[in-house]
Write a protein that binds this ligand. Structure first.
Ligand code: AMP
Length: 249
């Protein structure tokens, strides 16, 4: 079974992001970029399914600027077989990504799309759900366990009160949550091997999709600075401050 795994290039999770001085977005110049952590989990899950003999081919897809090639190379070094870069300088929002993925699904005919539940840059948590709706496929979102048995997938989902188990008929869209697995580090030999794996570059127009944004960002602000704390001398003083200053008791 073929698997399609979308991987997004985002600001590395260790970077402290800074808002641009004109408040139009966050500073990307000279900032370390990496694969979205939830997409690493999705790639790992796909590779494990191939190791179990369930998946036969893993296609990694990234959309955005030419540098998304690096993200694809990381996916190839982790074990994906080939990559597709949908290259565009346009700002890509979830609906555009979902439409592009739908067109790729129609071209590549995978049995499953495994992707991140959310990209850590814009925290949309929307693309997987939109893709499932556009394709008319079942969706297993926030997956913390995935089992495939013939034409069915069982997904254990992380929900507010605990865990929910659902059964999906393939083809389906699955989105990964944090506890699905622990992604492997790509070994040096695999990084070298990944250099020889193919990456096809296409444009949104090749897929018949107009990726123009539908949402406008009005302004981006830093969160308010936290006030410094104070030390109190006694429990009595603490209770007094909570009651009369913070007015929380
Ligand atoms: P979002 O809905 O933006 O939070 O993203 C959810 C998931 O959609 C991500 O974890 C990726 O798997 C996928 N995705 C979103 N944008 C892109 C992109 N530009 N390229 C590849 N995959 C993407």
């Amino acid at each position: 079974m073929k698997l399609l795994v979308p991987v997004k290039r985002v600001v590395d999770y260790n970077v402290k992001v800074r808002v641009k001085s004109d408040h139009s977005g966050v500073e990307l110049a000279g900032v370390k970029m990496s694969m979205n952590p939830f997409d690493e989990i999705a790639v790992e899950e796909a590779v494990r399914l191939r190791e179990k003999g369930i998946a036969t081919e893993i296609i990694a897809v990234s959309m955005g600027v030419a540098a998304c090639q690096e993200t694809l190379r990381t996916a190839l070094a982790m074990g994906a077989d080939r990559g597709i870069l949908v290259e565009t300088d346009a700002e890509l929002q979830p609906l555009a990504v979902a439409k592009l993925l739908k067109a790729l699904v129609e071209r590549e005919q995978p049995r499953m799309v495994i992707m991140g539940k959310q990209a850590i840059d814009d925290d949309m948590n929307a693309t997987g759900q939109m893709l499932a709706a556009l394709l008319g496929w079942p969706q297993g979102t926030f997956a913390s366990k995935l089992t495939i048995d013939g034409d069915h997938a069982t997904v254990i989902r992380e929900i507010d009160g605990g865990l929910e188990t659902i059964s999906l008929t393939l083809p389906a869209v699955v989105t990964s949550d944090l506890r699905l697995n622990e992604p492997r580090y790509a070994s040096l030999p695999n990084i070298m091997k990944a250099r020889k794996k193919p990456i096809e570059t296409i444009k949104p127009a090749d897929l018949g999709v107009d990726p123009a944004p539908r949402l406008t960002t009005v302004t981006v602000m830093e969160p308010p600075k936290r006030q410094a704390g104070i030390k109190v001398g006694s429990v009595h003083e603490l209770v007094e401050k909570l009651r009369n200053e913070a007015k929380v008791i």
